[in-house]
Design a protein around this ligand. Sequence first.
Ligand SMILES: Cc1cc2nc3c(=O)[nH]c(=O)nc-3n(C[C@H](O)[C@H](O)[C@H](O)COP(=O)(O)OP(=O)(O)OC[C@H]3O[C@@H](n4cnc5c(N)ncnc54)[C@H](O)[C@@H]3O)c2cc1C
Length: 419
Amino acid sequence: MAEWDVIIVGAGIAGLTCAEELCSKGLKLLVLESSDSAGGRIATDEYEGFLLDRGFQVFLTAYPEAKRILNYPELKLNRFAPGALIWHDGKFRRFSDPWRKPGDLLATALSPVASAMDKIRIAKFRHDTTTADLRRLYKSPEITTIEMLQQRGFSPTVIERFFRPFLGGIFLEQDLNTSRRMCEFVFRMFSTGDAALPSDGMRAIPNQLASRLPEGVLRLNSPVKAVRAGGVELSSGLQLTAKHIVVATDEPTARKLTGNSPESEANRVVCMYFAADEPPIEEPILMLNGQGLGPINNVCVPSQLAANYAPPGQSLISVTALLKAKQEPQVDAVSSQLREWFGSTVYGWRHLRTYPIHYALPRQVAPALEPVEKSSRLSTGVYRCGDYCDTASINGAMASGRRAAEAVVNDFEELRTAD
Ligand SMILES: Cc1cc2nc3c(=O)[nH]c(=O)nc-3n(C[C@H](O)[C@H](O)[C@H](O)COP(=O)(O)OP(=O)(O)OC[C@H]3O[C@@H](n4cnc5c(N)ncnc54)[C@H](O)[C@@H]3O)c2cc1C
């Protein structure tokens, strides 16, 4: 007789979403997490009164799965100003979203980042991505994002100055080889909602999900070594049994636990944090590298969005650089580029921490071998979820967690009927 109905391995966003769905069905559940906290790739460290997200990331309020499962008011979301400031030819130029911030239309119309035709094409792109059914977008012909932008007729100028740094910062790869399906999904999210940070850091998202689980369901510091139908073995040697096992880890670990080669490609990134007495910019807006030179992809000042990110009288600056395979963080090159952008004031900034993240996002290059929404069932009684099973994002992790829970509940019902 199995001890649990379901054991979930991993308490990232996917595992937590799956757990919440299964708890609501009254199943006896155990979540095993290898680290000392829930949240996986979403984590926030407290350091000298600053909140440092482990890698700069943003929450998109339009995420359909998040709308379903999260309590937004409790997250106390702080929204970015739409659009971005783009560094080009020695100064920042505003590239606003004229459809959602009409006041900036003039500045956008005069911006050298995009031509009038590009703005019309952006409007059409927005129309196409916001009116199509999400499932249809997921089934659009598979080409890379860069091919899709070129096919839509965007000029090399708007691609280099806006799309490459903007989408590169989301996909965490600058070649824009990521599937167009991910691009269309992201564009739809930015067109229909805001980018935001919770007041208490990105950790507030997994914390909210974890706090809803009944006591005793989440077991931390419990790395799983092997998974088989009917049970798991922990690194400690402990064997636990369950009718169903859901593997909710990152892709390489999931492959290893289920007896496959752990090789899978990932996009890598480094995030550096600095403290300053004065913010380099007053606005809660993203600053992008439209020059195509130097290591920096984007800069922002999280404390201009959410005061909690820095102690009183100080500002927190986050700097993100993308890393190619085997490339190491180039701290000196980042500092010198910051001086180019913000001048000698940068000498007064204090480096807080650098986070190199070697597994940030699973690579989702086109053409993909599997559909966007990958199957949850691996074998009888063994399931999977995680951002690699959907669009690589918080929304994708949630969607895959929900689908895995639905598959378990379905099979559980069938088992019960057969008994
Ligand atoms: C720097 C960075 C920037 C990002 N930016 C954004 C963004 O702006 N917007 C967005 O939507 N998404 C962004 N993402 C992606 C998003 O954070 C992830 O898609 C999502 O958090 C993945 O959740 P997951 O549950 O699939 O996987 P994970 O978060 O990796 O969770 C897997 C869990 O399994 C645990 N685990 C692993 N091995 C074992 C084992 N053997 N036994 C037990 N437990 C185990 C891990 O400790 C972890 O808790 C970003 C990610 C990074 C790193």
